[in-house]
Design a binder for this molecule. Structure first.
Ligand code: G3D
Ligand code: MG
Length: 242
């Protein structure tokens, strides 16, 4: 889904910018770092002080980024919270997603093994909808590299088996988080970029950020697309324009 916005640079110069709405969902076991990755991407912060708090229900955060001068992407990052594999609610979110990130913790083998179960669940949704979203594998917590238990070969084998791109990130240090999500956004927009291009893009400020969706929007994924424009205007405190 795309919308348009006009930006005036000078009195006689006006450029139309297309804004693509992209829904991304982050799945994987509890404590792999899904919320941390999303927070790092949308707000560039990491709550190291905060004691582990499981996300309740579902949550989404939004960041609008520039893909090209005339194309922006409004990236809705959905966080499944403490929902476990198989829960109905997740299914409805998966159905509308353009990209699904399978997240595991590189220091915890169980979280990697469980990705097979997450994949089975995603396959059921794909069968129902007939639509195959962009699938990406993320190994998080690379800052704890010395505790890594999943080898690069195992990671690569899983990705190859399902034709996924794979990425390593650290939400704690921020390493590769922005570049990973932007790479996927670029691919979804049909804009193919080198890793250097993506790094430059990752360093650019966001066009707009909504820190968190209002509570009423978190229960019905179908509503978000229609309401997000309204929220951007109405919830001024929640919206940072850089
Ligand atoms: P979840 O949303 O998948 O459940 P969270 O996971 O984002 O809530 O993170 C769970 C714990 O992992 C948190 O620690 C968080 O600080 C930590 N974490 C997340 N990402 C990273 C990372 O890249 N590196 C390291 N070292 N830790 C990370 P606590 O201590 O609060 O349980
Ligand atoms: Mg969470």
């Amino acid at each position: 889904m795309a919308s348009k916005m006009s930006i005036t640079f000078s009195e006689d110069e006006e450029e139309e910018i297309e804004i693509k709405q992209i829904k991304m969902i982050f799945i994987g076991d509890s404590a792999v770092g899904k919320t941390s990755i999303i927070q790092r991407f949308t707000q560039n912060r990491f709550d190291s002080e905060q004691k582990y708090k499981q996300t309740i229900g579902l949550d989404f955060f939004m960041k609008e980024v520039e893909i090209t001068a005339s194309l922006h992407a409004s990236l809705q990052c959905w966080d499944i919270g403490g929902q476990t594999i198989g829960q109905k609610m997740i299914k409805s979110y998966l159905r509308g997603s353009h990209a699904i990130f399978f997240v595991y913790d590189v220091t915890d083998a169980k979280t990697f093994e469980n990705l097979e179960k997450w994949m089975e669940f995603v396959k059921e949704v794909i069968k129902e909808t007939g639509k195959v979203p962009y699938l990406a594998l993320i190994g998080n917590k690379t800052d704890l590299g010395y505790q890594r238990v999943i080898s690069i070969q195992q990671n690569q084998a899983f990705a190859d088996q399902y034709g996924m791109r794979f990425f390593y990130v650290s939400a704690r240090t921020g390493d590769n988080v922005h570049a990973t999500i932007l790479k996927v956004a670029n691919d979804l927009c049909g804009v193919h970029t080198s890793s250097t291009d993506v790094e430059i893009q990752a360093a650019a400020p966001a066009v707009a950020t909504i820190k968190r969706s209002p509570m009423k929007n978190r229960t019905n994924p179908e509503m978000v697309e229609a309401e997000i424009v309204h929220d951007k205007k109405a919830e001024k405190d929640d919206c940072i324009i850089f």
